[in-house]
Design a protein around this ligand. Structure first.
Ligand SMILES: Nc1ncnc2c1ncn2[C@@H]1O[C@H](COP(=O)(O)OP(=O)(O)OP(=O)(O)O)[C@@H](O)[C@H]1O
Ligand SMILES: [Mg+2]
Length: 179
């Protein structure tokens, strides 16, 4: 489904990724493990087009995406949940979820997906009219994942989804990821 072929990514003159290749098949959960600064986030940023690779190829469902803009890549069904969540703190929970569906026009299905999300995370429904910034860290992670799900992704890129969360909340998040 996703294939990286020998990608190298730079920040200015600094090379962060050296010839990375990997494959993700449909239904698989693939984990990148490495020391701080190893390039895990940069790999995800390269896939989602935010820091595109300078050399190499990225194929999504057989089509090259390494020269597409991030919004085009989201439109193809590849969504990133960034490290540190980056929810919109001044928007309500419901508005944050709306933003996830920004590129979609299928109003009916968006409503259905919202119900699915509220089923998955009842706490988000309870807090739907509160600013996202008022949620706890674990709740913000749930919101960040849910916002990505609202784009109807076929592949989710999650950067450190358990960072700063209690073991119980971490287990809950990973149960949801498997689901
Ligand atoms: N915006 C940036 N500008 C310059 N260099 C950067 C930038 N972001 C990351 N780097 C460098 O790129 C390399 C890879 O960083 P990256 O954030 O991808 O690592 P990581 O594996 O996600 O680390 P962590 O476990 O700390 O999240 C590091 O050497 C880092 O200093
Ligand atoms: Mg990182």
């Amino acid at each position: 489904m996703l294939e990286l072929k020998g990608i190298s990514t730079f920040y200015g003159n600094i090379q962060a990724l050296h010839d990375i290749s990997l494959k993700v098949e449909e239904g698989e959960i693939i984990t990148l493990i490495g020391a701080n600064g190893a390039g895990k986030s940069t790999t995800l940023m390269s896939i989602s087009g935010i820091v595109p690779p300078r050399t190499g190829e990225i194929l999504f469902k057989g089509k090259p995406i390494h020269e597409l803009s991030p919004n085009k890549i989201v439109g193809l069904g590849l969504c990133q949940v960034p490290e540190g969540r980056h929810i919109f703190p001044d928007l309500t929970v419901a508005e944050n979820l709306d933003m996830g569906a920004f590129l979609r026009k299928d109003k009916k299905q968006i409503e259905g997906d919202l119900e699915y999300i509220y089923d998955l995370f009842p706490i988000l429904q309870k807090r739907r009219n509160q600013p996202g910034g008022n949620l706890s860290g674990g709740e913000q992670q749930m919101l960040a994942i849910s916002r990505a799900l609202m784009a109807r992704p076929q592949l989710l890129l999650l950067d450190e989804p358990s960072m700063g969360l209690a073991p119980l909340v971490t287990r809950q998040i990973f149960d949801i990821i498997r689901k």
